[in-house]
Design a protein around this ligand. Structure first.
Ligand SMILES: [Zn+2]
Length: 741
């Protein structure tokens, strides 16, 4: 039997709508795979991710529909699912995967990517793709171009192989723009017909007829008659019920109003079972994934829903996945619980997540049909109620902490500060329950408000911000951003960029944003500017290589404008000791603020020199020191290494981030004792490689003085920390042990 269930719906932190069909444990997913979908499914189930066989993407082939696909595949390969999965979607899907040719995947991901050209039959069902194509839009480009399909195939080959994953990509195949095969607006929908299931074997009836249990049962199940001891001939139809015809499921995806007419022209009720007359057609579920400009209760759409004939109506469910009607539930609930707990002690560092977005009630309907909202089994979270529960739990189990809880009426606005860090995601590798992948905004006070920089942009960075600040608040945050820096091509550092830029472009009609990144990012953006033509208007790309000290080939116009935009005194990228190419960045403003961001790197003496006397150092600290061998192997830094680099810099403030998911809730190194770490560096870093050697040396009195004065903060997802409030994380670890997360 098949079970049909909605497992994702559009919320502030997810743009996905997803229907799951489960056949005796085998999972099939239909819908949109927006950024963050893997984390959402891993957080609240019920999909067994290791059992996903096929993914059917609906809608248009834009980043909105499939931005979470790479993260999903990486997540699956992390859990040892490395083969046997296929991804099926619109005709531009192989192209979309091809645009990932510059990404340096760490694991081999064997996946079959296909355009759903014709019906797909597997052991459980027949899936008929229905592609709605709008008329009057530009036609096919290079549709018959074998060269293009060969090129995409060779790119897919490379993505499947990781033999040279850490090598930079330079050949022409990878640096020329990949032309979009089909520029028409098209949207993918599916009609799903599960195979009939054999009738049930009636054991009692068989025994009454004198059939002995054992091989005789098997004989009847195979369709053969059996003669009993008394000579009665028992035929299969006497003991086996009729074959059960399973009902169809239809997944519609209408991204805009323009697709409704195309949808009304399709015969959605065509019989798919051989030998099944059309008047026995049965549909159990129609999932309507609808764009925001469609009114599902308009005369036109109501008529469309009514067009499913009376034979289907008795038990037919219409499920509406519409962003104005589904509830705005928090997607990753355990991470929200952690922030709610920390908010008890540090309310100014953890602004309450926005859950107030307006959603409409379904209108009372006199239609013969009664649509329901497509939402997963409820897992809603009332943050105020949760706060009360946690507060009581702490009063019982940790009275010493209870006295430090800041009551809500005492929550004041934190003191103003010239610099503020928004830790959007703080994890390394792939998203985990409590940590999304890396993304940090640094807001720097300027004459007219704040000028902000975004340092790396992991998957779902934009959606996390939208959850933190709400739909209106996030626009204000985006408007402040003047510069985005992408350090390197590992997927946890940049897969959120297209969504972020798209949101920025929509919010800023005439603005300019600078992007400093490896050159492969520019190629990726050029590929996608065929889908998002507005990208090119306000975006100024600067190759990170051109800002290294060794390189003066930079475009003077863009860089000069960047100096003006951020009121800079200096800016420089430094080649990082990680994959190639990878960079760190250091800049200072004319108001004497100096920022240094390491990106991913082993301890780097050149970075330390360039960052000298920084106001704020944001350094990766993927592992604690016992995992130094892992840090060396994966080219990351440990906590003590990061602190020793900051000591050489004489940093005033240090933010440690990019923390391994192996530290599941809060890392063990919260409230780090800087002096003790620095003093013991010689011992714990005894097995240093050649990169970290410079850190192991005698400690001077000046070093000790620095240790006493520096403010070190360990980044936590959703934390907003002003420079004036850096360092105070006392009690956080104790707190998370006292509450249920
Ligand atoms: Zn990396």
């Amino acid at each position: 039997m098949v079970s049909v269930q909605v497992v994702a719906h559009p919320t502030s932190d997810l743009d996905s709508s997803l229907l799951r069909l489960n056949f005796s444990g085998a999972e099939f997913l239909f819908g949109r795979f927006s950024e963050g979908i893997h984390r959402a499914l891993a957080d609240h189930g019920p999909v067994k991710l290791s059992r996903v066989r096929q993914v059917f993407l609906t809608g248009q082939t834009t980043w909105t529909e499939l931005g979470g696909l790479s993260g999903f595949l990486i997540g699956l390969s992390d859990t040892a699912v490395k083969k046997g999965l296929s991804v099926i979607g619109g005709r531009n899907l192989p192209w979309a995967i091809g645009t990932l040719r510059g990404v340096q995947f760490r694991q081999k991901i064997e996946v079959d990517v296909r355009y759903a050209e014709k019906a797909i039959v597997n052991e459980f069902m027949t899936v008929v793709p229905v592609e709605l194509v709008l008329d009057g839009v530009d036609g096919l480009v290079d549709a018959a171009d074998d060269g293009l399909s060969c090129k995409i195939e060779s790119i897919l080959e490379r993505i499947r192989s990781t033999d040279d994953a850490n090598e930079p990509v330079h050949s022409d195949t990878f640096t020329t723009r990949l032309l979009l095969p089909d520029t028409r607006s098209a949207s993918m929908c599916y009609i799903i017909q599960p195979h009939p299931t054999p009738g049930r074997f009636n054991v009692i009836q068989a025994q009454l007829l004198g059939v002995p249990p054992g091989p005789a049962f098997g004989q009847l199940r195979k369709g053969l008659p059996f003669t009993t001891a008394s000579g009665t001939v028992v035929t299969p139809d006497m003991v086996i019920g009729p074959i059960e015809q399973a009902e169809q499921v239809i997944v519609l995806d209408l991204p805009t109003h323009a697709f409704i007419t195309a949808a009304t022209k399709v015969d959605w009720l065509r019989p798919l079972q051989t030998g099944s007359p059309s008047d026995t057609c049965k549909v159990s579920t129609v999932m309507h994934i609808l764009g925001p400009d469609i009114d599902p209760f308009s005369e036109q759409y109501t008529q469309f829903m009514k067009s499913f004939p009376s034979t289907c109506k008795a038990s037919l469910r219409h499920l509406l996945a519409h962003p104005s009607y589904v509830p705005d539930t928090i997607t990753v609930s355990r991470s929200a619980r952690l922030r709610t707990a920390l908010r008890l002690l540090s309310p100014t560092k953890f602004p309450q997540s926005n859950t107030a977005s307006e959603r409409k009630e379904l209108p009372r309907s006199d239609m013969a049909i009664s649509p329901a909202v497509a939402e997963p089994l409820t897992y809603s979270l009332d943050l105020d109620e949760l706060r009360q529960q946690m507060s009581s739990a702490i009063a019982d189990t940790a009275p010493s902490l209870a006295v430090r809880i800041v009551q809500q009426d005492e929550c004041r606005q934190s003191s103003s500060s010239d610099v503020e860090c928004i830790c959007i995601g703080t994890g390394s590798g792939s998203p985990s329950t409590f940590k999304n992948v890396i993304g940090t905004i640094v807001r720097i006070r300027s004459r007219e408000g704040y000028d902000s920089v975004l340092l790396d942009c992991g998957e779902a960075t934009y959606y996390s911000l939208r959850r933190m600040y709400g739909a209106a608040g996030v626009v204000a945050i985006l408007q402040e951003i003047k510069l985005i820096f992408i350090s390197h091509m590992h997927p946890d550092h940049h897969l959120g960029l297209l969504t972020f830029l798209n949101a920025w472009t929509q919010g800023m009609r005439d603005g300019v944003i600078y992007l400093i990144a490896p050159v492969n990012i520019q190629i990726w953006i050029k590929d996608w500017s065929q889908v998002y033509p507005k990208f090119t208007n306000g975006l100024r790309f600067i190759d990170a290589e051109h800002l290294t000290a060794a390189n003066s080939r930079h475009d003077p116009a863009s860089v000069e404008e960047l100096y003006d935009a951020l009121d800079l005194a200096s800016i420089q990228t430094i080649p990082a000791i990680h994959c190639k190419p990878a960079y760190s960045i250091v800049f200072s403003t004319s108001s004497q603020f100096k920022l240094a961001y390491s990106g991913d790197t082993r301890p780097n003496q050149r970075f330390a020199a360039a960052a000298s006397n920084s106001t704020l150092v944001i350094h990766e600290a993927t592992f604690d020191d016992v995992l130094l061998p892992d840090a060396i192997k994966k080219q990351h830094a440990t906590v003590t290494e990061a602190l020793c680099v900051a000591k050489d810099i004489r940093a005033q403030n240090v933010l440690l981030t990019h923390i391994s998911p192996r530290y599941p809730v809060l890392p063990d190194f919260m409230c780090v004792d800087v002096l003790q770490r620095v003093l013991s560096a010689g011992q714990v870093l005894a097995d240093e490689d050649e990169h970290g050697e410079f850190l192991v040396r005698d400690i001077s009195e000046d070093d000790k003085k620095w240790c006493e004065n520096v403010k070190v903060t360990v980044a936590v997802d959703g934390m907003v920390v002003k420079l004036s409030e850096m360092g105070d994380q006392e009690g956080w670890t104790e707190l998370v042990h006292a509450v249920t997360l």
